[in-house]
Design a protein around this ligand. Structure first.
Ligand code: NDP
Length: 289
């Protein structure tokens, strides 16, 4: 008798616009193949006015879950059945999981980052300076506070956005957060232990752009992290590494997000090195980039 073949993979994917530049599909499918998981990940271009239908369609087809990226991270919440703790606090979702027929929204932006950071330093009890107050910074700030960071200084150009993140941390998580405006060259306080860039400064193709900071205030004992994944060795990280700082790059953050997402959908802990390699290949990143 011939062997029974299962032609029906479990489906996961991503809804975004634009979608074609998102490399997540390459790293997730590499992990599925490596671990022999009968899953596929479909990268979908979804316009804002089609989001509701796309979410309903995914449910109708029995998808296991999906990622949401720009511009759907906040808008998708109204189409879901519930939110995880940090997604609720952040007010945005990037990973949706089908749990017993219900769509539950999670946010792995900050979780992936904190996991990457923990491989170098545990943020618990640490003093952190965080540049940015956009979606990524908000997610990172919430996860840092949940991980027990003692003191978080949010440095942002736009004051109201910066203060909003500070209020969120102080009022809802019981963290100690302060806002610093960013109109002039910023000097990092010398007792800072972790420095993080969660702005979009330095993202390809604007790789020559630099943070408006006094780089002499970056000290060797600080751990310096950057959310920019392309290029992974940003100007900030190169400067910090040259001073002897330990660094964490945005590629590690992206890989860890993928690892967490796949765990949600499949229950399997996949090998981050497989995803890392797949990403470097599709982004054409060489060892020294
Ligand atoms: P947003 O547009 O929501 O926020 C952008 C942030 O960058 C704001 O705080 C903005 O400040 C700041 N900013 C931009 N340009 C400047 C400038 N010239 N000077 C000072 N501040 C500036 O974007 P996101 O938060 O969604 O994304 C930010 C970055 O994080 C992106 O580059 C993205 O690639 C990266 N990211 C990485 C992920 C990963 O897995 N590695 C996951 C998610 C995001 P202001 O408020 O003053 O305008």
């Amino acid at each position: 008798m011939s062997k029974q073949v299962d032609f029906l993979p479990a489906i996961t994917g991503s809804f975004a616009q634009p979608a074609s530049e998102n490399p997540t599909v390459a790293m997730i499918e590499a992990a599925y193949r490596h671990h022999g998981l009968h899953f596929r990940y479909v990268n979908c271009e979804v316009a804002p006015e089609e989001l509701k239908a796309a979410v309903a369609g995914a449910k109708a087809m029995g998808w296991k879950g999906f990622n949401c990226s720009i511009p759907h991270k906040v808008a998708v919440v109204q189409h879901l059945d519930g939110l995880g703790e940090s997604a609720q606090l952040i007010g945005a979702v990037n990973t949706i999981v089908n749990r017993n027929g219900l769509w539950i929204g999670e946010n792995t932006d900050g979780k992936g980052f904190v996991q990457a950071l923990k491989e170098v330093v545990d943020p618990a009890g640490k003093k952190v300076t965080l540049f940015g107050a956009g979606g990524a910074a908000r997610a990172v700030a919430v996860e840092l506070a949940l991980a027990g960071a003692a003191n978080i200084t949010i440095v942002n150009r736009n004051e109201s956005r910066g203060k909003e993140v500070v209020d969120l941390l102080n009022d809802n998580i019981g963290a100690t957060a302060v806002y610093q405006c960013w109109t002039d060259k910023y000097s990092i306080e010398p007792d800072t232990e972790i420095v993080i860039n969660a702005t979009s400064i330095g993202l390809f193709p604007h790789t020559g752009d630099r943070l408006n900071i006094n780089f002499e205030t970056v000290l060797p004992r600080m751990v310096v992290a950057d959310g920019i994944h392309n290029p992974p060795k940003t100007h900030l990280l190169q400067t910090a590494a040259a001073k002897g700082c330990r660094t964490v790059d945005g590629l590690q953050m992206l890989v860890n997000q993928g690892v967490i997402g796949v765990k949600y959908w499949t229950g399997v802990d996949v090998d981050p090195a497989v995803m890392h390699q797949a990403l470097k290949k599709v982004l054409n990143i060489k060892e020294n980039d």
